[in-house]
Design a protein around this ligand. Structure first.
Ligand SMILES: *Cc1c(COP(=O)(O)O)cnc(C)c1O
Length: 397
């Protein structure tokens, strides 16, 4: 997955432009910039690549989720449906706005289960937030039908799935809003950075204002700008955007390497009849950043995970025990550990997750292993790795 494996001349040139002009900020300083507007250029390039009207860059993927929710008017007491398997940023962004994260089971796609989503809807639900974990997507048609029926927004967290698609459309472009992360370990990176994409002009207008203290960005003089509403600072810097501009131009190259490496590993594991691969909805194409599969039982999955490590196969994850990605270890959320008081709306409405039944999620996650697909491997290295994986897993089975 990581774009950082391949920094080169393109990244250096883009960053050098910024250093030469000395303008590290994305707004203003027109006379000093030598015509360089890296954040704006990256926004245009991203909107084009994702086939949407608007893209807005921010300082991280977490910021992108927060700004996306805020841009659509989500606030205190609104409920946002999110999966049990994700990254902690999902509930952090929701809580940052005083909204309530409502956790819902995943299914064999390792993303939101549409029928569990439908059961969790209340009069306060505003948003359904599928998270396209490990490079593949939820059943977006089913989620869209539910959102349309109940008047809810669909916000795609495509932070781990840039370049994947669903029925011919780029992931992130299908919902009302889509978010990407360009942090250091994602498929393409800015060092730190994120983006919101949308076809909704109002959400876009709100997003660029909100992420820059509410500035209206009208006219040339920042000091004279108006503030139609309260905002915050989630700006990206020109340095980060410059790196991302080079990386986005290499996205398709990275994806084809990922797909090649993924296919070699998958073909090898396909020889083992007990292994079942993570389900990809009809019409979906992964971005191939991870190869995820199910073992026949939780016990076998734990043993296989251990055996992979012992046989020299690094970067395979057993998410079930992972404290960033799976609800079981989110003590800070379930016990409401915050530095200050949480908003009353959150304390009163947050479900008691210590008593929640997520046995369907446990059923899938307990048996899942996900292996990172790296870009820098040679074909011979991938073939060797594939063989070690097969050996390790066969021994356990
Ligand atoms: C990385 C990630 C984020 C957050 O991105 P940051 O840029 O690290 O803040 C959000 N959601 C998912 C699924 C991620 O993998």
């Amino acid at each position: 997955m990581p774009g950082f494996e391949f920094f080169g001349d393109k990244e250096r040139k883009e960053v050098q432009d910024v250093l030469d002009s000395g303008v590290l900020m994305r707004y203003g300083f027109d006379g000093m910039r030598n015509g360089h507007w890296k954040a704006e250029q990256l926004e245009s390039a991203l909107a084009k690549r994702m086939q949407v009207q608007h893209a807005h860059l921010v300082s991280s993927g977490t910021a992108a989720l927060t700004v996306a929710l805020a841009s659509a008017g989500v606030g205190a007491g609104d409920e946002v449906i999110m999966p049990t398997f994700t990254f902690v940023a999902s509930f952090e962004s929701i809580l940052a706005l005083g909204a309530v994260p409502v956790l819902v089971d995943i299914d064999e796609t390792l993303t939101l289960n549409p029928s569990a989503v439908e059961k969790a809807i209340t009069p306060r639900t505003k948003v359904v937030m599928p998270v396209h974990m490990c490079g593949s997507m939820a059943n977006l048609d089913a989620l869209k039908v539910i959102c349309d029926r109940h008047g809810l927004l669909l916000l795609e967290d495509a932070c781990q799935a840039i370049g994947g698609s669903y029925k011919g459309k780029p992931l992130g472009s299908i919902g009302d809003l889509g978010c990407f992360s360009f942090d250091y370990v994602k498929t393409i990176t800015c060092g730190e950075g994120g983006a919101i994409i949308t076809n909704n002009k109002d959400y876009y207008e709100n997003a660029h204002k909100y992420s820059d203290h509410g500035h209206d960005h009208i006219g040339k003089d920042r000091g004279a700008e108006q503030h139609p509403f309260l905002g915050y600072n989630f700006r990206i810097s020109e340095m980060n955007a410059a790196v991302g501009l080079a990386q986005l131009s290499r996205l398709d190259e990275f994806l084809s390497i990922q797909k090649r490496n993924y296919s070699i590993l998958r073909d090898a594991l396909s020889q083992i009849p007990e292994i079942v691969f993570r389900s990809v909805p009809d019409g979906g194409e992964e971005n191939y950043s991870f190869l995820s599969f199910f073992l026949p039982s939780e016990e076998k999955a734990q043993k296989a995970h251990k055996a992979l490590g012992e046989n020299g196969v690094d970067a395979c994850f057993y998410w079930y025990n992972n404290n960033w990605h799976y609800y079981k270890k989110w003590e800070h959320l379930t016990q409401l550990k915050s530095l200050g008081q949480l908003p009353k709306e959150v304390k009163e409405s947050l479900p008691d997750y210590s008593k929640a039944d997520f046995s369907e999620s446990d059923h899938w996650m307990g048996r899942t292993i996900s292996c990172l697909v790296k870009l820098g491997w040679t074909e011979a290295e991938v073939a060797d790795r594939a063989q070690r994986m097969v050996e390790a897993i066969k021994k356990v089975l």
